[in-house]
Design a protein around this ligand. Structure first.
Ligand SMILES: *[C@@H]1O[C@H](CO)[C@@H](O)[C@H](O)[C@H]1NC(C)=O
Ligand SMILES: *[C@@H]1O[C@H](CO)[C@@H](O)[C@H](O)[C@H]1NC(C)=O
Ligand SMILES: *[C@@H]1O[C@H](CO)[C@@H](O)[C@H](O)[C@H]1NC(C)=O
Ligand SMILES: *[C@@H]1O[C@H](CO)[C@@H](O)[C@H](O)[C@H]1NC(C)=O
Length: 186
């Protein structure tokens, strides 16, 4: 009987401490295992720059069109991009990869977007991809989006990417600084 009680008590303690440690306490270190900084450059087609454009509006709501981002904070516009990635903030630096994916403007009363894209690398420095997804409230100085995975040199990567709008020119060009902190590295 006593032994059984002791076992039950130990089991209870294990459950209480075990679950509180899993629920609240830091399960693992909150320090990144890898940090990387890149820039990417988005030149949006505007009817005149087909030679230089790296992004195109592919969907627009009924009140808009696919040449110029529409009113209501571009709500409903869907843009697909294949942008050069550089190590510094110069558009003309040699690209180290491509940022490929899309963004959707998804709020009528403020500029905000949803981003889904990959960094695709095929250089001596990096081979593989890093995949990003998340809300981009782009009026904020910095925004965090999720690094949801990776391949190659970034196999199984997970973490957070902090985006900063480094520059923009009207509705035609913007440059984002992407500060990647990986919390899972293999
Ligand atoms: C296209 O790029 C070239 C050189 O990269 C630049 O000189 C030119 O001004 C750009 N044209 C447009 C329409 O942005
Ligand atoms: C597209 O929409 C923009 C602004 O919403 C407008 O200025 C432009 O004239 C439209 N272009 C066409 C071809 O309808
Ligand atoms: C990566 O680059 C190499 C060498 O330039 C090329 O042979 C290969 O096809 C490229 N791979 C991809 C996926 O682009
Ligand atoms: C964006 O900025 C606003 C106002 O500065 C703030 O209230 C909001 O929490 C920020 N959102 C994010 C996702 O950082």
């Amino acid at each position: 009987m006593r032994a059984q009680n002791l076992i039950s008590a130990l089991f209870l303690i294990f459950i209480v401490f075990g679950s509180s440690a899993m629920g609240k306490g830091p399960v693992r270190g909150r320090r990144p295992c890898r940090s990387l900084v890149f820039y990417f450059h988005d030149i949006i087609y505007n009817g005149k720059n087909s030679k230089n454009a790296t992004a195109a509006i592919v969907g627009a709501p009924a009140w808009g069109n696919k040449t110029i981002l529409g009113g209501k904070n571009h709500f409903g516009d869907l843009v697909v991009f294949d942008d050069p990635i550089t190590l510094d903030n110069n558009l003309h630096s040699t690209p180290v990869g491509r940022a490929q994916g899309f963004y959707i403007y998804d709020k009528k009363d403020v500029f905000t977007a949803w981003l889904g894209f990959s960094f695709v690398f095929n250089s001596t420095e990096h081979k593989g991809s890093i995949n990003f997804a998340g809300a981009d409230p782009l009026m904020n100085k910095t925004r965090d989006i999720s690094v949801v995975g990776g391949t190659g040199d970034f196999f199984m990567a997970r973490g957070i990417a902090t985006l900063t709008t480094d520059a923009f020119e009207g509705e035609v060009y913007f440059r984002l600084c992407v500060d990647i902190k990986l919390y899972e590295c293999w």
